[in-house]
Design a protein around this ligand. Sequence first.
Ligand code: NI
Length: 284
Amino acid sequence: MPKLLSKSQIERFREEGFVSPVPVLSKSEASALRARLERFERETGGPLKGDLRHKSHLLFTWLAELVRHPRILDAVEDLYGPDLLCWSSNFFIKERESPAFVSWHQDSTYWGLDRPDVVSAWVAFTPADESNGAMRVVPGSHKLDQIAHRDTFAKHNLLTRGQEIAVDVDERQAATIALEPGEMSLHHVRLVHGSPPNLSRDRRIGFAIRYVPTSVRQIEGGDSATLVRGEDRFGHFEPEPAPEADLEPAMLELHRRIAERSARILYRGTGVASFNDPRGVGLR
Ligand code: NI
């Protein structure tokens, strides 16, 4: 018996490459997460930037809890079994009335993982809809193999390399993933997706959590991940600890080294060295 998803949702993930919306948090829990992010931003004088948007669950206890949230993990277990790693996480923040966008892409292109058994849980901290740049997906496109991508490093593209699919996407086929605060979508690592700018009067904030079964490998060198459920009988990734308080010095140092290594994998072949490099557009 599935733990959270219905049989038809599991079938939809297999056939269309995504399931949405899946309720995870109450609206007040989601707004409390937004408030914690924004308190940190007020204290540090601006929007969360650079590598702080990458694997933020190693820095903040409230995100460490979110990547281990039983409802999220129940849904992921329904798709990929009981032994699960959180391989990565990323904030996707689009400021109000801003040109930031995400080009059409497959997540599998630069992640270096040995097979496409990877699912992203995209958790909405604010509403996401057509007015504020919600994600759009091409249903069924996850059944395509890896498609060639070209790096654009385009200004305002939120992706690491401004990577985009090197063939035209038929936008008439695309569906918008509308979410209320506290809901998530689940999408397959090969699903073609992207998102337009946020033209609304408020920020749009989503936190994308990338999960893999413990049997997946990184083929581009050393890598680490957080065991969030079950047992890791493979040991393909160095285990990551959980923070006991926000921004502990030891976790900041560990996170800095992990982010550097992630950037080497994600930017390989481009000459860009880190998420903080101004030439690397991504994740800002
Ligand atoms: Ni993506």
